[in-house]
Design a binder for this molecule. Structure first.
Ligand code: SF4
Length: 447
């Protein structure tokens, strides 16, 4: 990595006011999730049901994928298979080229981010307009999303005002959210009307019926797909669920876990092309089938991308999403990223307190903190942590394994914390002590 997680999170923390409100904003969403969850008496049963449905589907994925393809084809949908990001991007480009489309509207899709679809299409002369408001803001700013549900959570409304002013000539300094939203709406309406096709992500794909389900709050996926005869849906192989009756389990969990809403404003089912239109579904692997074969990490494929683990994570809230350097940040990103490139992302499993809050809130019961811990072992085993850190850990392990040594070291530390000056701990070579204050050590006889 050219710039490490530590460097980037340090830079984010330097702007204290931003990191403070970022932390508070996400904790607010986490609390909304808690309130929404407490309104559902069977919440834990729902989580268990969702986890089981996903486990069942993933362990029979070959059959369900073929069922889905057959049902979709019977509905008149054209299904494309893509083994990696390049095949995914090429498939979409070929469809657009076949219709001479040079401008396309896209609703939020982490998969197209993962595959780098925007730059791929733009390099071939196709303009891509992201139509989710947060996505459009970061697109204009030239940045990737910093959160999977709230992509522009790191940006203030004053900055949005500046971005819109530069892009569209809105009033300088006017950061009224209603004014900015109306400006975005006017610009996006124009884009919807002047583009030639719509691309969406997929939240769920139903094997029984061959339909895809897209959940949004802004209705932008619906607007694009209804205006344009040509619609393209991009989905990972893990989005499948067996039956339509399974869907209710997930829609009850998804919005509550993501933003504390009872349900997303739009839950749209796309089953067949419009009369005279074309509907394409691109099904992407991009490393997922390999992960499915991994004993410890396969269950990360259950993820429904709600972002709850991200909102609750004390490290993410303080570090900001861009520090992770991966399409998906936070705890779930830290178990997905090393699987794609352990050398590049070996720091991420260590960007956690292992408090377990991520696993606690996960609506599909992924044991995220255990997987983070396991990835640390893999990283150490493959020599992907610094020599100094490995040596320190080996020494710590020896001390912790020997009660006599442990007591001796603890008593030395107590003495040191009581009598040595603070500068002994707080100096520029001790990164660990930065921002930390040590507790006052009391005498044994003190109250
Ligand atoms: S791992 Fe769980 S909590 Fe995190 S985004 Fe995925 S489904 Fe949501």
């Amino acid at each position: 990595m050219s710039s490490t997680f530590h460097d980037k999170s340090n830079a984010f923390l330097k702007e204290e006011s931003r990191s403070n409100w970022h932390d508070k904003a996400l904790w607010y969403v986490r609390e909304k999730r808690d309130n929404a969850m407490s309104d559902v008496p069977d919440w834990e049963k729902l989580r268990t049901a969702a986890s089981r449905i996903k486990a069942h589907t993933l362990t029979h994925l070959d059959a369900y994928l073929l069922d889905f393809e057959a049902a979709a084809a019977a509905n008149g949908v054209r299904v494309h298979w893509a083994k990696d990001a390049t095949e995914h991007n090429r498939a979409i480009y070929e469809i657009l080229k076949g219709h001479e489309v040079t401008k396309v509207v896209k609703s939020k899709s982490m998969l197209t981010e993962e595959c780098g679809l925007n730059p791929y299409l733009e390099a071939r002369g196709v303009e891509v307009i992201d139509t989710d408001l947060g996505e459009r803001i970061i697109q204009l700013k030239g940045e990737p999303p910093s959160h999977i549900v709230l992509p522009a959570i790191h940006i203030t409304k004053e900055e949005v005002s500046e971005i819109f002013h530069s892009a569209w000539g809105t009033q300088q300094g006017n950061s009224d959210p209603k004014y900015l939203t109306l400006a975005a709406r006017a610009s996006l309406r124009e884009d919807f009307m002047t583009s030639g096709a719509a691309i969406t992500g997929v939240n769920f794909a139903i094997a029984e019926t061959g339909e895809v389900v897209v959940c949004t709050n802004e209705g932008n996926a619906d607007l694009g797909t209804h205006i344009h005869p040509l619609q393209i849906h991009s989905m990972g192989i893990e989005k499948l669920i067996p039956r339509r009756t399974d869907l209710g389990v997930f829609t009850r969990l998804l919005a509550r876990s993501a933003t504390g809403q009872p349900i997303t404003v739009y839950t749209s089912h796309f089953q067949r092309p419009k009369p005279g239109g074309e509907m394409h579904i691109v099904i992407v692997d991009n490393g997922r089938s390999r992960r499915l074969g991994e004993e410890t990490f396969w269950s990360s494929l259950k993820c429904i991308r709600c972002g709850a683990c991200i909102n609750t994570c004390p490290i993410y809230r303080r570090s900001g999403g861009h520090s992770y350097g991966h399409t998906i940040p936070g705890p779930i990103g830290s178990i997905l990223a090393p699987d794609t490139d352990l050398r590049r992302y070996s720091q991420l499993p260590f960007a956690s307190t292992l408090c377990g809050s991520c696993s606690e809130v996960c609506p599909v019961q992924i044991d995220i903190h255990n997987q983070l811990y396991r990835w640390r072992q893999v990283a150490v085993g493959q020599g992907q942590v610094s020599g100094l850190k490995s040596r320190m850990m080996r020494i710590a392990g020896k001390i912790l394994a020997n009660p006599r040594w442990y007591r001796r070291v603890m008593s030395m530390m107590r003495w040191g914390m009581k009598w040595l000056p603070a500068s002994w701990l707080h100096h520029r070579w001790n990164a660990w002590a930065k921002g930390r204050s040590m507790p006052q050590i009391k005498n044994k006889n003190d109250e």
